[in-house]
Ligand binder design. Sequence first.
Ligand SMILES: *Cc1c(COP(=O)(O)O)cnc(C)c1O
Length: 443
Amino acid sequence: MSTLNIQQLVTDFPLVEKLIALDDVSWFNPNITTLAEGLPYVGLDNTDIKDASDRLKRFAPYLAKAFPETAKTNGIIESDVVAIPAMKTVLDQQYNIEIQGTLLLKKDSHLPISGSIKARGGIYEVLTHAEKLAIQAGLLSESDDYSKLFTDEFRAFFKQFSIAVGSTGNLGMSIGIMSAKLGFSVSVHMSADARQWKKDKLRSHGVIVVEYKEDYGVAVAQGRKEAEKDPTCFFIDDENSPTLFLGYSVAGERLKSQFEAMNILVDELHPLFVYLPCGVGGGPGGVAFGLKMAFGDNVHCIFAEPTHSPCMLLGIHTGLHDEISVQDIGIDNITAADGLAVGRASGFVGRAMERLLDGFYTISDERMYHHLGELSKYEDIQLEPSALAGMLGPVVVSDNEEYLQRIQMDEQKLKNATHLVWATGGGMVPSEEMASYLAKSGI
Ligand SMILES: *Cc1c(COP(=O)(O)O)cnc(C)c1O
């Protein structure tokens, strides 16, 4: 935005100066409300989540057949929750604090089909579109066994339609693989930071990969433009899609039943803190929405962004949302956390969720790599750099007395707390690539 006066912005929001300096910053949202107060601004509710959840159940027999790796969960794409006590000890020592409560990891990194959190929203949006087309054509009804979609007849039907998306990598993987499997012609517009192996993998699935020298914003804009030329083309809009958002939100009820099975209590005396890496915002925003609907005011969601791409923190803190980008304040949006390399946040997600998010912080690439190495060494879990952004969260929260007092966390509640780091990607990183990540970690 050309009219932006940075001097004025820094005067109004001193935190912006620290963002510009690429410091590790945190900001705990003073404007947070209860779920009851904040929900009307989201514009979606439990009915919408149930609709998404039911749709995923209808597709489960298809997914179990089309992707045999999902057969053991009967076609439901879900990830494990694991305790990471050794990592907690490492964090305690490294930052010279004591994280109270239990430290857990949500392994969306190992979700089937595409190995990242995008296997929630991305796949869901493709399925929603496919269902709509098939029902409109009179080929499918909601009471059918959807495994019938895994036939040449349906592949030939979907072949008449195309799907396009702009991506830094993981969204393209989810949408590309899912769309190609159904039979769609699919093109993925990829930003410069997207990894070569992701492009190769997509091409091996028959996906058209269009490469750009620019960042995510440009890839999305170009993809949208290309799609507009083709009336049979459906453009998946990562920046503004309530459908993607709802696909992610189903994670809330799923986590709730996982916690019940694990005897993990979440209530007023047993708070849950969740740390979510944020790029454009759809993934963490949708998950946070689902978590709020599942656990109410007892869950506290905190977003993590790279110091070089703090778009959501910038947008919500200044209230400018998608009217400001990190580049506007001179930040380069260059980070090894490719899933998070987004300069301008989703305006939809920021405006919908700003009252329901407890806080935001930034983390340097060096720290992400460092935690990547530690998690591999001490817990034998391998993730991509983006997925480590949440690992600093329990430290940031434990260290902020002002915030903990404001939300009335006494010592007992903190002892009972669960800290859940959302690991968002890395399960499909080739071993040579992982070896180079580990080498960079210095661990
Ligand atoms: C996409 C992505 C995120 C963040 O999701 P957004 O919807 O872009 O905010 C986090 N981690 C990884 C690994 C991702 O691919």
